[in-house]
Design a protein around this ligand. Sequence first.
Ligand SMILES: [Zn+2]
Length: 149
Amino acid sequence: MKCPKCGHDEDKVVDSRPSQDNSAIRRRRECLECKERFTTYEYVEQGTLTVTKSDNRREPYDKYKLLYGIKLACNKRPVTPKEIEAMASEIELQIKGKNKNEISSHAIGEMVMEKLRPIDEIAYVRFASVYRKFKDKEEFLEEMKKLLE
Ligand SMILES: [Zn+2]
């Protein structure tokens, strides 16, 4: 953290404690160069979403992956890129509407199936059959590719 007085970028933390309402960590820092003391606050970044997998691994939510999964399921089906984009956006809104920092990959998969079903039965079945079998999303995408080849 850059010193506000001399601009040196090395400091040490001399004190660290939660803020009154526990929503932040307050740190007192001391510049290693000029010994100036200053305070920084550390907050949870709003809008970051973590996807938890069934094997308890976690990864940051990635809209591209969601989109990619839907695209694969809809391969060579009469579903337009616009419809795919719309499904992904609706799912994303649904996820964010839950106002949580975490969502399970299972819950996301269920949402995708819900959206696909009324739009294209084949794409739905493809997604569902592959999705239910796999715990891991990477594995799932691989299998989906094989299915389509
Ligand atoms: Zn300094």
